[in-house]
Write a protein that binds this ligand. Structure first.
Ligand SMILES: Cc1cc2nc3c(=O)[nH]c(=O)nc-3n(C[C@H](O)[C@H](O)[C@H](O)COP(=O)(O)O)c2cc1C
Length: 216
């Protein structure tokens, strides 16, 4: 917060800060500290951290997720966005748990647990053995999970996962996302967010014109 917030706060956009803890109390402390800063518009909880006892993501079990969000909720009046983990058997149940505990919005999907083997035959390539898969390979999973969550809750949804064009963003909006976020594509093209937003306007206008013609 000391090093990054001063220059981030000068950007002409609202700041949503993503925090991660490994216990409900850690999340609550972080949300309280981050939420107290005027520069920050909303706080997003990354619940994809593994639970030390079960090894499952902390947000993978609805009752556990509800406990974390309920612990965090009274500690800030800022909007709380729960970034759901895709590494769960029932993402819709997790979304309902977040809604029940007082979340203002949910976002999804985070990365999928995945593995790469070292080309030299030395076993797992990543230090933690597994890592998070993102980008084009997860786009279809993102669409299915956003649609499942949209059918289960009334909260706004920030959809993401493999978005690289306006058409991809439109597909997520059609599946039920209110907003769309761009992750991996921004590493390849730092201006991707603005480009995709422009493409989305063109694609959505074209769809609307086609629908209006059909009605007429
Ligand atoms: C290098 C990298 C770092 C990430 N760090 C975070 C993080 O700190 N917190 C979080 O909630 N998600 C994190 N993510 C997940 C992304 O925000 C996003 O949910 C995911 O990558 C899917 O979107 P994409 O395919 O557009 O990248 C990270 C992803 C990548 C590739």
């Amino acid at each position: 917060m000391k090093d990054d917030l001063p220059h981030l706060a000068r950007l002409p956009v609202p700041l949503i800060t993503n925090v991660m803890g490994s216990t409900a109390e850690e999340f609550a402390e972080l949300v309280e500290a981050v939420g107290a800063r005027d520069e920050i518009a909303a706080v997003e909880l990354n619940v994809s951290c593994p639970n030390v006892k079960t090894g499952l993501d902390i947000g993978a079990v609805p009752a556990e997720l509800e406990r974390v969000v309920a612990a965090v909720r009274p500690r800030s009046s800022k909007p709380i966005v729960v970034k759901l983990t895709p590494n769960t058997s029932d993402v819709a149940a997790c979304a309902r748990a977040a809604e029940a505990a007082g979340a203002d919005a949910v976002s999804l999907i985070n990365t999928l647990r995945a593995m790469a083997m070292h080309p030299s035959g030395d076993g797992p390539w990543l230090g933690a053995r597994t890592g998070g898969l993102s980008g084009p390979a997860i786009r279809a999973v993102a669409l299915a999970q956003v649609a499942a969550v949209a059918a289960a809750i009334d909260l706004p949804i920030v959809g993401m996962g493999g978005v690289a064009t306006g058409n991809h963003a439109r597909d997520l909006r059609e599946a039920g996302a209110t907003l769309v976020a761009v992750g991996t594509e921004s590493f390849r093209d730092p201006a991707a967010g603005a480009r995709i937003a422009g493409e989305l306007v063109v694609v959505e206008n074209a769809c609307k014109t086609a629908q209006d013609r059909q009605l007429a």
